[in-house]
Design a protein around this ligand. Structure first.
Ligand SMILES: Cc1cc2nc3c(=O)[nH]c(=O)nc-3n(C[C@H](O)[C@H](O)[C@H](O)COP(=O)(O)OP(=O)(O)OC[C@H]3O[C@@H](n4cnc5c(N)ncnc54)[C@H](O)[C@@H]3O)c2cc1C
Length: 308
C-alpha cells in the first residue's frame, strides 16, 4: 500500500484529520492518514452535547468510530500508526510512520491537535478536572457549584467568565501575584460579582475519592488552606503536537501553526487543521470545518503546481 504515489498525507485521525482524509478522497486525491487513536480527543468526551444535528448527546467515542468508518469507506489509506517524522525535500513531503514505512506526496495536512498542561497531582483517572469551559461548563448547570479555574491569562479569564454564567461561584486561582490577562479581560472579570480572584496562590493537591471535592492551596506566605469545589478547570497552557515536523515553519509564541486564509502554513503545500492551528475556537465542529477546507485547498494547490 505505501508504494502507491499519494497526493495527500494527513497527520492525525481526530475530527480534523479524518474529515480532511474523507474530503481529500472525495476530491479525487489519493490520501493516506496517520494516527493510532480513531477520533483523537473525541475519546475524552463522555457526552458531546454541542455538535449540530445531534439533539441527543452522542458519546465522543461513538462519533469517532462513525467518522473512522466513513473515512475508511471513502477509501483513504489509514496507516494506524503515528507519523514519526515529516520532511520536505525538493517540493515533496516525506513521511515515515512509527513502523519505519515511508510515504511521499506533494501536499500534507497537519491535524495532530494539542495536549493540555496538567498539575502534578492530576492524573488521567481523576474526575472533575476539565480543560474546556465551553465544553464541560454546562455539566454544572443548575448545581449551585463552586468551580475553580487555575490560570492567570486571557484564556483563564475567558473560562472564568463562561463559568460565571453557570456556577454559583467561580474562584480564579493563580500562582503569580499579578495576572497576565489584558485590561479588558480584567475589567470584565471585575464586573462579575460571583468571580473571586485568588492571586499568589498555588494549587498543590486535592481531596476526594477519585473525584475533585476540595483543593489544597498554598499561598506565597506558605499558609495552607482547603477549599471545597465542585470542579476544577485548568487553563495553564497547551502544547500543540508538532515535534515530528522536521523543518522550520512559522508558529505562534505558544507553538500553534500559523496559517493563511486557505489554511496553508508558511511551507507551500503544507496545511494545518483543527486544534494544532492558530485559532480562537478549539471545538469538534471547527476542527471538522478546518479539515474539509484544508483538503479542498490542498487539492487547489496540487492542481496549481501540476499546471506548472
Ligand atoms: C476533555 C475534553 C472535552 C472536550 N469537550 C468538547 C465538547 O464537548 N465539544 C467540542 O466541540 N469540543 C470538545 N473538546 C475539544 C475537541 O475535542 C477538540 O477541539 C477536537 O477534538 C480537535 O480535533 P483535532 O482533530 O484538531 O485534534 P484531536 O482530536 O486532538 O486529534 C489529533 C490526534 O492526533 C494525534 N497525534 C499527535 N501527534 C501525532 C502524529 N505525529 N501522528 C499522528 N497522530 C498524531 C493526537 O494524539 C490526537 O489523537 C474537548 C476536548 C477535551 C480534551
Amino acid at each position: 500500500m505505501p508504494a502507491e504515489p499519494y497526493d495527500l498525507l494527513v497527520a492525525g485521525i481526530g475530527p480534523a484529520g479524518m474529515t480532511a482524509a474523507m474530503y481529500g478522497q472525495r476530491l479525487g486525491l489519493r490520501t493516506a492518514a496517520f494516527g493510532d487513536i480513531p477520533g483523537g480527543s473525541l475519546y475524552m468526551i463522555e457526552r458531546l452535547t454541542n455538535f449540530p444535528g445531534f439533539s441527543e448527546p452522542i458519546a465522543g467515542m461513538e462519533l469517532g468510530a462513525k467518522l473512522f468508518q466513513q473515512t475508511q469507506a471513502e477509501g483513504a489509506h489509514l496507516t494506524m500508526t503515528r507519523m514519526g517524522k515529516l520532511r520536505h525535500i525538493q517540493g515533496l513531503f516525506h513521511a515515515v510512520d512509527d513502523n519505519g514505512q515511508a510515504y511521499t506526496a506533494p501536499s500534507a495536512i497537519i491535524a495532530t491537535g494539542r495536549v493540555p498542561t496538567r498539575l502534578p497531582f492530576v492524573n488521567a483517572e481523576l474526575q472533575g478536572v476539565h480543560f474546556c469551559s465551553v465544553c464541560d461548563g454546562p455539566l454544572y448547570r443548575n448545581k449551585n457549584a463552586t468551580l475553580a479555574v487555575v490560570g492567570s491569562d486571557n484564556s483563564a479569564a475567558q473560562h472564568a467568565l463562561t463559568l460565571s454564567r453557570i456556577a454559583q461561584k467561580v474562584l480564579l486561582i493563580h500562582r503569580s501575584g499579578k495576572a497576565q490577562m489584558d485590561a479588558a479581560h480584567a475589567d470584565m472579570l471585575s464586573r462579575q460579582e460571583n468571580v473571586q480572584r485568588i492571586p499568589g496562590t498555588e494549587v498543590v493537591g486535592c481531596e476526594g475519592n477519585g473525584i475533585v471535592e476540595a483543593l489544597i492551596l498554598k499561598s506565597h506566605s506558605h499558609e495552607s488552606e482547603k477549599l471545597s469545589v465542585g470542579g476544577l478547570f485548568l487553563a495553564i497552557g497547551w502544547r500543540p503536537n508538532t515535534h515530528f515536523i522536521d523543518f522550520t515553519i512559522a508558529k505562534t509564541a505558544d507553538g500553534y501553526l500559523e496559517t493563511d486564509t486557505n489554511l496553508m502554513t508558511s511551507r507551500p503545500g503544507l496545511f494545518a487543521a483543527g486544534d494544532v492551528r492558530d485559532t480562537d475556537l478549539w471545538q469538534v465542529l471547527t476542527a471538522c470545518a478546518d479539515g474539509a477546507r484544508a483538503a479542498r485547498c490542498a487539492g487547489g494547490y496540487i492542481s496549481a503546481i501540476s499546471k506548472g
